[in-house]
Design a binder for this molecule. Structure first.
Ligand code: ZN
Length: 145
């Protein structure tokens, strides 16, 4: 689905139109339409936990949202969602660690053998901490991550 950007995206003010693709119930990708190749991965917050939030007034006006519409408050609750939430927290933690590693120039270096991690592996799992060999060792020891 194509959307027009009604409120400039911080840091990406040139992006005026985006396309939303649902990957699965949890993730969607949001791709900028235009000359630049930008893609965001969105997590559906409703899948993470019971969720309700207030939409800022200016955004409500922009998007023409009524205060008490379904969109403004929505909740889901199930054990499954909780598990997904746990998994998401772990991944967020790992992403944060990867971002820290970028700052200290340790990104893409295996935490165990200190050899560079195969770039192909990083493409699949950008926040990998171990190279494939060391990951197997860590997995066997039963304390992956
Ligand atoms: Zn290693």
């Amino acid at each position: 689905m194509l959307y027009n950007v009604k409120k400039p995206i911080l840091g990406f003010e040139n992006v005026l139109q985006v396309e939303l693709h649902e990957i699965d119930g949890l993730f969607s990708s949001l791709d900028a339409i235009g000359s630049e190749i930008i893609s965001w991965t969105l997590v559906n917050p409703y899948q993470l936990r019971e969720y309700s939030f207030d939409i800022p007034k200016d955004v409500q006006v922009l998007l023409d949202i009524k205060e008490d519409s379904d969109f403004a408050s929505c909740s889901t609750n199930s054990e499954n969602n909780y598990l997904i939430y746990q998994q998401q927290l772990k991944e967020l933690q790992e992403i944060n660690e990867a971002l820290e590693a970028i700052k200290t120039n340790e990104y893409g270096i295996c935490k165990m053998c200190e050899e560079p991690i195969n770039p192909e592996r990083l493409k699949i799992k950008p926040f990998a901490k171990y190279c494939i060999d060391c990951r197997e060792i860590v997995e066997k020891e039963g304390n992956l991550r």
